[in-house]
Write a protein that binds this ligand. Structure first.
Ligand SMILES: [Zn+2]
Length: 308
């Protein structure tokens, strides 16, 4: 149970089976709960909803591994990615973003997003490759290591005037000082959210890759919508970021793709390849090895993609 809810609960020490009938969570509290505690309550409900009761004896499990057993690899994953939680995760709920994006961040932190590696833990996944490139899709790959993510964070770093997006902690460290860094935090979260939405668009709506401008435009649109969640004195800073995003997004990017295979192998067809960018921002973010290995260069088209 979440710590603060536990402190004011009347059922401390109860087992899950005593308070959960697989429909309702029967907990009572000594006092009314604040909005933040309500969010924790909703989070708790989501966790409990995933519990399947059985008649086996209770056992201690290592929650950072899908099989419940400790391994050095899973410990490393906690230390290198999720080990930042004690400070960062409570701060998630204070960010000036819509509630569903709070939940997205919570899932992201807990490695619960249904990226293909996580989906594989539930059922067999034939194609485990990233929707943007050919490497295996994981949370860390999709949001930080993928060529598309790296290019996006490079541009966001230029716009924000500081290096962000190298990993989860490089973003999350600013959350605890959200009053000062609300615009930066909104921008970084909008970037994560836009990468996820763009990935889902390719995955579920059979969208086609339209270039980096598509993601930058998506970030700009979200920031415009989230503007009302920020204090008025932050609006000028946010508007400036939006303006820079729109300018950067409208720069024509040349994207190379294999038109002959786009309908046959989605991950190949959607592999983006930045051929040229304005000299001031040109960065060899997409190395030749991975994407060259993916791209079967037959009838390769070069498209100038303008931001809509
Ligand atoms: Zn990728």
């Amino acid at each position: 149970m979440k710590l603060h809810l536990c402190v004011i609960s009347n059922e401390q020490g109860a087992t899950i089976s005593q308070v959960w009938d697989e429909t309702d969570l029967k907990l009572t509290f000594r006092r009314t709960v604040s909005q933040q505690l309500m969010l924790q309550w909703e989070e708790l409900l989501r966790i409990v909803n995933s519990v399947v009761l059985n008649n086996e004896e209770d056992t201690i499990i290592w929650k950072f591994n899908s099989n419940g057993k400790y391994s050095v690899q899973s410990l490393y994953a906690v230390l290198s990615f999720r080990g930042v939680s004690p400070i960062l995760i409570p701060a998630v709920w204070k960010l000036n973003i819509p509630p569903r994006v709070h939940i997205f961040l919570w899932l992201l932190y807990n490695n619960k997003l249904l990226t293909r590696d996580n989906l594989q833990k539930r059922r067999n996944v034939a194609d485990r490759s990233c929707l943007f490139c050919c490497e295996e899709e994981s949370v860390n790959h999709l949001f930080f290591d993928c060529c598309v993510a790296k290019l996006t964070w490079e541009l966001i770093s230029e716009i924000a005037g500081m290096k962000v997006g190298t990993n989860f902690e490089s973003i999350g460290r600013w959350w605890i000082s959200n009053d000062k860094n609300a615009v930066l935090n909104c921008t970084c979260v909008a970037t994560l959210w836009s990468l996820w939405k763009s990935r889902n668009h390719l995955c579920f709506q059979e969208g086609t890759w339209q270039g980096e401008g598509q993601i930058l435009g998506s970030i700009a649109r979200r920031l415009k919508r989230w503007r009302m969640l920020l204090k008025k004195e932050k609006h000028v800073g946010l508007d400036h970021i939006v303006q820079l995003l729109l300018e950067e997004g409208s720069s024509p990017l040349k994207i190379c793709w294999d038109s002959s295979t786009q309908h046959q192998v989605s991950s190949l067809a959607r592999s983006p390849r930045v051929q040229s960018r304005p000299a001031s921002t040109a960065t060899p973010l997409i190395g030749p090895t991975t994407l060259d290995a993916c791209a079967i260069a037959i009838n390769v088209q070069t498209l100038d993609v303008a931001f809509p």
